[in-house]
Each structure stands twice: as structure tokens, then as C-alpha cells.
Design a protein around this ligand. Structure first.
Ligand code: SAJ
Length: 409
């Protein structure tokens, strides 16, 4: 059985390698000739634990190659990007392009699977009409399913096999065929439904998290106003058996949470839209705190440029947005995990007026010592956005320690 995977990115590449390693004949298709060449040379830009060796295994089976030409196959899996435009509207151009390409080589009995995150209704209203021709009808002559990817960067290979999967087929046979295919490597449960429910559930998962983080961020700002501490309050409230308040912070980064909720918003200004505003607004709030506590044009160090703890992924990271805002300051970026921001911590904090902890990487626990850092700094402002440091330790060492979401008298 030949499988073509369209899009050799974060999801397509590991998925293609996975099927090749399970004995399928796999062609990884990409529109970018440079990417095709690099993958065939075993070179690619994704920093994902284990992926390099996994891809090498795939090549060694003799079952895998990358290509700039989409050839006839039995299965097509579409894993192309679906970004949002400047107005936060979904940009489906890559998905549409992929659908058109598949349509040119589609034949009877093929199975088409869409994995890209899309607005509800896309599989049935956009992809299906692109694939149907006068002599070939969806369900009757070919199968079509929506199977969202749900893996987390840094754990892709583990989560590809261990996570549960949702399959939304346009008919029973489409569900069954996709389920059989994924069962060759998925160890978690596989649930079947219709395409729109599957599309919606993927968006609902990430929107649920974004809205809950927005509530935590709203609490943080209210606690500052009421001169109390969100972190203590949260711990107390979370003792309730049915309450689980998430952690506030400098905003929500990554490639999923700041994007996926917009696929549901669809022009309205309700809760989901508001939550996005609150999370994005944390950057304004933090900018205000930094401006208030750092002298004009001073040196500001942002510790952590990844989008969250212990990852090297810096897509949509709050630190990158914040550094653009502070262009009238001398901003220094540091991150143990992000290659271009690595460096010796003492050199980075030397002469700084403010140090802002943006990401709670474990490594900062061992490398940041309050007395040593304060001795090197010009000012003494330390802003902690994650309740990561020990306030007493910093204050005893002479810091003006400011904790996001806390403003006790
Ligand atoms: N964050 C907070 N407070 C919290 C938790 C997270 O501010 O209490 C921030 C993080 O610092 C980060 C952002 O939210 O900036 C996103 O981090 P995350 O761990 O919540 O989510 P992602 O984007 O790494 O992965 C999510 C996951 N979805 C859910 O947990 C519902 C993952 O399972 C999905 O596979 C992934 O999106 C995806 O690709 O859709």
C-alpha cells in the first residue's frame, strides 16, 4: 500500500516516518524543493527529540523518500499549515492547494485524510467538493476522513503513538478504513464520528485551555487591584474538589493555543474572542510594569524566549512580542533551551536595570543565584511572571522583587 503524506513539517514528517517504519511504502510530498532535498539528505530544521534517528530508520527500511511530485497512491494524508491572517481569519490556501493536487491523481477506492487544524465544516464543504469529479463520488468511490493531530512539540513521537485519536469520516467506511490505518501504530483509543464533530473537538480542546488560562490571567490582574496574591489565592481555591484554576503568566504562546480559538470565533465577540484579548493583553500589562520599574532606556533582561518551560520552541513566544514593544530600551534575551539566545547568564545580567523571568525553565533554578545576579546588575528590579523564584531570597539579597498577580500591602 502506498501512502503519500502532503506537507513535511512538524506533523507530516514524523507521521510519514512512522508509517514507513511500520512497513508502508511512503512518499513525503512537499511544495518546497529545498525541503524535499534536505529531508532526502537527512537534514531538516525541526528540533524534536528522537526524530533524526527515527527518520534515519525510515530511510533504512527503503520504504521512504521525499518528493516534489505527488504520485498516485492508495492513501493521501494532508498535513499542511493553516495559519491565521492579520485579521485573525483562517487562511486555508495550503489546504485547498493540497486538495486540488490530490484531486488530480485521485482514483477509485483511495482514502484521503485531512490532519491540518481547520474550521468546522472544512472537510465536507471545502475538501470533499475539490475531490469529487463527474465520475468519482465521495463515500461511493473514495473515502474521506478528518483525523486531527493532537501532539505536543517535544513529545511528538511519544504522543503520536500513545495519544487517543479522533476520526471523523464522511461515512462508515471512511471511518473504518482510517481507523484500521491508524491502528497500525496508535496505542491509545480511536474514536469515530462525523468530520465536523472531529474538527470542532480539536478546536474545542485548545480553546478550552486558552479560555481557562484567560480566567487565571484575569484573576491575576484583579488580585493586583485588590492588593492580594493570585498564587496563594489559586492554591486555596484549588483545594475545592471541582476547581482547577490554571496558572497566570505573560501570555499564551506556541503554534496552537494563540491560533486555534480564532477558527471558532467566526466574527463574533463572545467569550472565546474575549479570552484571546485577555491573554494577548498580558503583554500590555507586563510592558506597563517594566516601564514603571525601569529607568528610561535602561537595560532589560528577558529570561526565557521559548513559548513555555523546558522547550526550545519559540513560536509566538510572549518574550519575542514583549521585546518588540520595548524598542526604546536595551533589551537582552536569554534562554538556555533556544540556541540563538543561549549564553552565560552572568554576562547577560551585567549592568541590567531589570531582570524579568518569562519562562520557568528548570535550568534557571540552578543558574540564577539572587546575590550573584544582583551584584552584577546596575538596578535591582526583578519581575517574576511565573511565581518561580523565592521572593524572600530575592528581597533579603536587596532586590525590588515584583510578582505578577501579587500586590500585597
Ligand atoms: N500556559 C499558561 N498557564 C497555564 C498553562 C499554560 O500561561 O496554566 C501557557 C504556556 O506557558 C504556553 C501556552 O499556555 O505559553 C501553551 O502551552 P500549553 O502547554 O497549554 O499548550 P501547547 O500549545 O504546548 O499544546 C496544546 C495542547 N492542548 C491542550 O492541552 C488542550 C496539546 O495537547 C495539543 O496537541 C497542542 O496544543 C496542539 O498541537 O494543538
Amino acid at each position: 500500500m502506498r501512502i503519500s503524506v502532503l506537507g513535511l513539517g512538524y506533523i507530516g514528517l514524523p507521521t510519514a516516518a512512522m508509517f514507513a517504519n511500520r512497513g508502508f511504502n511512503v512518499v513525503g510530498f512537499d511544495v518546497d524543493p529545498d525541503k524535499v532535498k534536505r529531508v532526502n539528505d537527512g537534514l531538516f530544521d525541526i528540533e524534536e527529540p528522537g526524530l533524526r534517528a527515527f527518520l534515519r530508520d525510515a530511510f533504512n527500511t527503503g520504504n521512504f523518500r521525499a518528493s516534489g511530485e505527488l504520485v498516485e497512491s492508495d492513501v493521501f494524508i494532508i498535513c499542511v499549515p493553516t495559519p491565521i491572517d492579520k485579521e485573525n481569519k483562517p487562511d486555508l490556501s495550503c489546504v485547498i492547494d493540497a486538495g486540488k493536487r490530490v484531486s488530480k491523481v485521485l482514483k477509485k477506492n483511495d482514502l484521503v485524510i485531512l490532519e491540518s487544524t481547520v474550521p468546522p465544516g472544512t472537510t465536507e464543504n471545502v475538501i470533499l467538493p475539490l475531490l469529487e469529479k463527474s465520475d468519482i463520488e465521495g463515500g461511493e468511490d473514495f473515502s474521506l476522513s478528518y483525523c486531527p493531530e493532537r501532539v505536543m512539540p517535544g513529545k511528538i513521537l511519544k504522543e503520536l503513538t500513545e495519544n487517543q485519536r479522533i476520526i471523523g469520516g464522511i461515512d462508515k467506511n471512511s471511518c473504518q478504513r482510517a481507523k484500521e490505518l491508524y491502528s497500525t501504530f496508535v496505542e491509545g483509543d480511536i474514536f469515530t464520528t462525523d468530520p465536523t464533530t472531529a474538527e470542532f473537538s480539536k478546536l474545542a480542546e485548545n480553546t478550552y485551555r486558552d479560555v481557562n488560562i484567560a480566567l487565571a490571567n484575569e484573576f491575576a490582574r484583579l488580585c493586583e487591584l485588590h492588593r492580594t496574591d493570585v498564587w496563594d489565592m489559586r492554591e486555596l481555591a484549588n483545594n475545592h474538589p471541582r476547581v482547577d484554576i490554571l496558572k497566570p503568566g505573560p501570555g499564551v504562546g506556541g503554534h496552537c493555543l494563540p491560533v486555534d480559538p480564532w477558527f471558532l470565533v467566526n466574527g463574533d465577540t463572545g467569550l472565546i474572542n474575549k479570552a484571546r484579548d485577555i491573554n494577548e493583553g498580558m503583554i500590555d500589562h507586563l510592558e506597563g510594569l517594566i516601564r514603571e520599574h525601569t529607568g528610561e532606556g535602561g537595560i532589560v533582561v528577558l529570561l526565557g524566549t521559548a513559548y513555555k518551560a523546558n522547550t526550545e520552541d519559540d513560536r509566538n513566544s510572549p518574550s519575542m512580542k514583549l521585546s518588540e514593544r520595548l524598542d526604546d530600551f536595551d533589551v537582552r534575551l536569554h534562554d538556555h533551551c533556544v540556541k540563538r539566545h543561549e549564553g552565560e547568564i552572568h554576562g547577560v545580567v551585567e549592568g541590567a536595570h531589570s531582570v524579568v523571568l518569562m519562562v520557568d525553565h528548570n535550568k534557571y533554578k540552578d543558574t540564577i543565584k539572587p546575590e550573584e545576579v544582583l551584584k552584577l546588575m546596575e538596578g535591582n528590579t526583578v519581575i517574576d511572571t511565573r511565581a518561580f523564584f523565592d521572593p524572600e531570597e530575592w528581597r533579603n539579597a536587596g532586590a525590588r522583587y515584583i510578582l505578577l498577580g501579587s500586590n500585597r500591602l
